[in-house]
Design a protein around this ligand. Structure first.
Ligand code: HSE
Length: 401
């Protein structure tokens, strides 16, 4: 019998308990022994809840219990969650988490601590919710030189962009509707400004390189500047606007960026709609591989945490360490404005001549609703910024894929 504890009885934590209890028999069959949740740590009481008796308020009860070999950290944040994770790992208890902030900030340190104490730190649920992507990065892609990872890693923004594309609606109205439907937080900043996707691609880029790609070093643009007319131009171009978080390894030059992109309509990521997420990985041997599923939600995210619990339990029973190469060595990223891109740019009709006079080799997309659109040839963002500056015209732009 493997005994586990869950830190935090919120949405994901209660989902973890539900998945373990609901699928107990099949988990036992697959693992060769059952898993039982012995404690749930939470400050609150849960009168009438079927797991009321499992609730403890003192984390020490869990840390001091030698029967507990796996701890699920579903608290979030990087304060108490960090301290509790270190305490558990120091006692040789494996930790499985959905906490992307903690993983991004302290991943290598916690992995090292786990190794030193013959246990494991696992974080499948920290990126892409229920989508298996961390384990494939650590195992299935072991023979690969990964060349690029492109992801739709945020459900809130994908919901908004899908609605804007389908309904021709504006950003503010679509965000409001998303909030009313519960698809966007009341404070949506971390999602719509791209920071949530930024943390997730930082984790994936770190696993891609085996070193540390810091979220702070990634150039991040959100979706708040997009307007209905961008979607009308996207239609004309046979493209779709998506918030893409991507990391590339170009012969050792590593780049990472989060920004809206115009994808060709037949790109596999262009068909990922609503709150769904997907990750498109290109390896030098395997070619393109895509993972698709629910990037958030109670049971999807909990399922990913429990998949880690089973892995951790198996490793405990077999006394093995699970593979994860992620060192503290920091990766220097290629400056985002040095990378060559093609840009879709739009300027007010009255400035079209002034702007296009400075933009050689661009494709003229004509005019929609008082805006004139262009698609540039491949150029660095620095060069593109020079064009904007010398033309003296205020242009809106979106990168092409
Ligand atoms: N807020 C995130 C999203 C879910 O909208 O995808 C958790 O990472």
């Amino acid at each position: 019998m493997i005994k586990a504890a869950v830190l935090g009885y919120g949405t994901v934590g209660s989902g973890v308990v539900e998945v373990i209890q609901e699928n107990n028999r099949l988990i036992a069959d697959r693992l060769g022994c059952p898993i039982e949740v012995k404690y749930v740590l939470d400050l609150r009481e849960f009168p009438g809840d079927k797991n009321e008796k499992l609730i403890v308020h003192d984390v020490q009860v869990i840390m001091d219990d030698p029967e507990i070999s796996v701890v699920c950290e579903t608290m979030g944040g990087s304060g108490a969650a960090y301290e509790f994770t270190k305490a558990a790992l120091s006692k040789g208890k494996s930790v499985c988490t959905s906490n992307k902030e903690l993983v991004e900030k302290y991943g290598p340190e916690l992995l090292k601590l786990a190794r030193e104490n013959n246990c494991n730190y696992l974080f499948e649920a920290s990126v892409g919710g229920g989508i298996p992507i961390i384990r494939p990065m650590n195992t299935s892609f072991a023979p690969e030189q990964i060349q690029s990872i492109k992801g739709i890693l945020n459900g809130t923004t994908n919901y908004i962009l899908t609605a804007m594309a389908g309904e021709g609606a504006d950003y503010a109205g679509t965000l409001k509707k998303a909030q009313e439907l519960g698809y966007a937080e009341r404070n949506p900043e971390a999602d719509v400004e791209g920071h949530d996707a930024g943390r997730k691609i930082a984790i994936l880029a770190s696993l891609m390189t085996g070193k540390t790609v810091r979220y702070e070093d990634i150039y991040i643009e959100g979706i708040t500047a997009l307007e209905a007319v961008d979607f009308a131009f996207a239609d004309k171009l046979g493209r779709t606007v998506k918030l893409i978080a991507e990391a590339e390894n170009n012969d050792g030059d590593i780049s990472a960026i989060v920004s809206p992109r115009l994808l060709e309509n037949d790109h596999p990521l262009a068909g990922v709609n609503g709150v769904f997420n997907a990750v498109f990985v290109t390896g030098n041997m395997v070619g393109d591989v895509m993972f698709y599923g629910k990037g958030a939600g109670k049971l999807a995210t909990a399922s990913a945490v429990v998949s880690d619990v089973i892995e951790a339990a198996r490793a405990t029973l077999d006394k093995t360490a699970l593979p994860c190469v992620w060192s503290e060595e920091k990766v220097s990223l290629v400056a985002h404005d040095e990378k060559k891109e093609r840009f879709f740019a739009r300027v007010r009709d009255m400035y079209a001549d002034k702007f296009s006079g400075k933009l050689s080799g661009a494709e003229d997309m004509g005019s929609i609703d008082g805006w004139h659109g262009y698609v540039t040839k491949s150029m660095s963002e620095k060069e593109f910024m020079d064009v904007l500056k010398t033309s003296g015209v205020d242009a809106r732009y979106i990168r092409l894929d």
